[in-house]
Design a protein. Structure first.
Length: 312
């Protein structure tokens, strides 16, 4: 059976049956709009799009993988503001000949990833399209805190990281060369492991700025440096290269630091903290903020790509 045979409303019914709406949902799918609780009386919102052949490949990733990844990309942005995710809205554009089971499995992945943070999928839309596209909007709650923005870093601050970098980029390179191992790296490309709790924890600890590392550490730190009008220096020695990554880099002729410093899609969180701050669990120091501009590595300009640019 294809989506065309199942019909729009038949497919919606099958997808909704796979969804958990989360604790913040007061009214889930089934009406013109959902109703989501906002205890803080402010709503944090973010949107990301995944396009088949551009952000994922169906011969590399299952529909569930794509669902996990689409949810994670948005939930990480909410966490990077110091907020707790509450709900997801999902828009699907799909070829009419797509198997409905793929869409159902996608919904399962979306719902499962949202469930990791107590959020749910509360609604969305769908349309026929020759290109399979998944667009997700995430909502979050600040729980009375101020949002942690990119423009708050100050000279003297400590730069810290929660989560891992380079794993998803390494997995992408491995898959693009026709290999399927090592599993640690390939699975990192398919499903990121996001340190969601680290975002609100950083906010409570007094983080002065924060960002989700989606396009590459150096490139995303550049957004903090520009917004805060400061310079940021990254300590390359702060990064441990896992044995599987080192072996893969050697076999493929890649500098592993190119993955660690410029690879995206792991959705680690980077933040700056005032000097002397006791970092929350899961955070580690990787550099310093200073007067100046731009991002350097060990005091020098990085020679090579700094990260992903959709139009470059």
């Amino acid at each position: 059976m294809s989506i065309a045979e199942a019909g729009e409303f038949g497919l919606i019914a099958r997808i909704v049956a796979r969804l958990e709406t989360g604790t913040a949902s007061l009214l889930g799918p089934g009406d013109d709009a959902a109703v989501v609780a906002a205890p803080d009386r402010r709503v944090v919102a973010s949107t990301d799009i995944l396009v088949d052949g551009r952000h994922f490949r169906r011969d590399w990733s299952s529909a569930s993988d794509v669902g996990h990844r689409a949810a994670a990309a948005n939930l990480a942005d909410i966490a990077a503001m110091g907020a707790a995710p509450t709900a997801l809205l999902v828009a699907l554009c799909m070829p009419a000949d797509l198997d409905p089971a793929w869409a159902e499995e996608l919904a399962g992945g979306l719902s499962a990833e949202a469930g990791l943070v107590g959020a749910g999928v509360v609604g969305g839309d769908m349309s026929s399209s020759p290109t399979l596209t998944v667009a997700v909007t995430a909502l979050g709650d600040l729980d009375g805190r101020q949002p942690v923005v990119r423009s708050g870093a100050r000279p003297g601050d400590v730069l810290a990281l929660a989560g891992r970098t380079g794993h998803a980029a390494a997995g992408y390179t491995i898959l693009s060369r026709g290999f399927r191992t090592p599993k640690l790296l390939v699975e990192a490309h398919r499903r990121p492991e996001v340190p969601y709790a680290a975002g609100p924890a950083a906010a409570r600890a007094g983080a002065t700025s924060m960002i989700d590392i989606s396009d590459g550490l150096l490139q995303d730190l550049g957004h903090i440096a520009a917004a805060s009008a400061v310079g940021i220096d990254v300590d390359r020695g702060a990064f441990e290269i896992p044995a599987q990554m080192r072996d893969a880099a050697s076999a493929l002729g890649v500098d592993p630091y190119a993955w660690l410093l410029a690879g995206g899609d792991d959705h680690a969180l980077a933040a700056t903290f005032p000097a002397g701050t006791a970092l929350p669990p899961g955070w580690r120091t990787i550099g310093r903020v200073h007067e100046g501009a731009g991002v350097t590595v060990d005091g020098r300009a990085w020679q090579g790509d700094k990260g992903w640019d959709h139009f470059r």
